[in-house]
Ligand binder design. Sequence first.
Ligand code: GCB
Length: 623
Amino acid sequence: AAPASATAAQPAAQAAADFRPASLRPQFLLTGARSRDSQDLSGQWTYSKDLYRTGLTDINGWVAKSRMQRYRDLDVAAEEARATTDFYEFDMDRGPQIAIPGAWNAATPAMRYYDGLVWFQRKFKVPAADGGRAFLRFEAVNYKAYVYLNGKEIGRHEGGFTPFVLEVTGVLRAGDNRLTVGVDSTHDAQSIPTFITDWDLYGGITRPVKLIRTPATFIDDATLALKADGRIAGEVRLQGDKAAGQRVTVAIGTLASATATTDANGRAVFDIKAPAKLQRWSPDSPALYDVRFSAASDTVRERMGFRTIAVQGSQILLNGKPLFLRGISLHEEEFGPNPARNMTEQASRALLTEIKHGLGGNYVRLSHYPHSETTLRLADEMGLLVWSEIPVYWTVDWENPAVLRKALAMQAETIYRDRNRAAVVMWSVGNETPVSPARTAFHGAMADNVRALDPTRLVSAALLVDRHKENGEDVTVIKDPLVDKLDVLAVNTYAGWYGGDTLDALPSLKWQVPADRPLILSEFGADALAGYREDPNGGDGMKKFTEEYQAEYYRKTLAMADRIPTLRGMSPWILKDFQSPRREHPVFQNGWNRKGLVSETGVRKQAFGVLADYYRGKAGAAP
Ligand code: GCB
């Protein structure tokens, strides 16, 4: 098969070579945006469905277009009052209202399964400009965004979970402004993810939108990290007319400060000796410092922790000490019967508290896409290590260079967003993707990209395992050339749930994995409907979907895990039941994947206690 597969891998590899990390840097980052003066555009917006995309498409220059362009800076009611022969087939000012941020799916029953283009509008007032610059920062729009301010297109973005910043200096008006955003939730074979996943669509402006003003020359990016050699290194980048030759100051609380001067590109680099009193960040002691970056007339602040993460043989070392990752996987869904992916601080804190204090965890797999900035900030504050991934999931158009370019850009947006979060220790480059040469080249390019953008963290991927009979034994191995690109091996394993076998298969399962590499179980799990119990007088053999089956599945899988000598952690699937259109069993599922250890409303199932007990035993024990 070699010749054919080598050519198949070619386009992706070429695309990777064409996209050096420098070209993946978004035009604007506004790192530390939270610390800047800003106007929050959250609240009630109006919306208008546009299933046929008439607001975007011009059919052969038909006049129809102007009647339907929702983004026009137009007071339709005033036009109508003038009683001309013109008429309109939209009016954003009088449309139904929706709370932003939040997915439209939970807004009304009619919007529940809407998948396509929706227009959103919000009017806002601003004071007269002060000579600085103005930007709109969107934390996430799922999946494509078309952004217009006062009738003028100011930018587009693809990718549902990463932020983007658009400059509006010059378009923004003193006084009234009209912001219109077309949001297209449709996924296709070239989107990331594609149209097949095991979670819900959740279209909309799902995270906050802010108007941010900066001085004419401003700090666009600022980062620091503790390196293995004990020094703190980083960089600051300015943008604007006076970006070159500026003195930049960095202060880590009151412990240390340093200065450097920007080069012709507005970049200043730092390499500071870590102060003797610096407390290392860890889940047990999540020490954070107020870090201040100042230059010209601008200042940004970040709350930051400092720690090292490394792999040595089969150990994962946090601040030089071996570690066992007591984790769980998490989708971005708040507790409650009708989630809208509105990750308020309260919603996010509730989920992370259940992991940290309910389960006794120190780690969370934020699956299968970058979670909200709020969640990452709380992970830093509460002390939970994070696995971060982008939705390169199951099926992707591996041979398409444009798709690889999207993946690399999405990866870069994620890394630039979160590289100041000490909690993030691992970047994953894929989930459960069937092995093929083109796919391996694609993930390999992603892994190289991650290392170039962020050499301070570990690279992993959730791999499929290969299970077969060998000399009469039931053996699990990892047969995947991608392992050569990874620091930590991670596998999803569902023996005892999928694949037709019973729980009796688990005790005799043998694992043959490399002895010199850390392994984590990135997923295992079984569905249970909360409250559905075994009939004590029923026959023998447990029934799937009962709480007892799920609990026993956990006991047996954990016993199996204990027999893998290189096991360094796990993130079972999953904390909470989550909505998935794939799951339509009318009694047990009704649109929910039931592998949660808690129900959608937060009721703990039996298996929750099994895992919590196991983690209690692991805490403090040598990995
Ligand atoms: C997996 C996927 C995850 C699914 C899960 C399941 O392996 O990575 O996204 O939800 O299995 O429940 O089947």
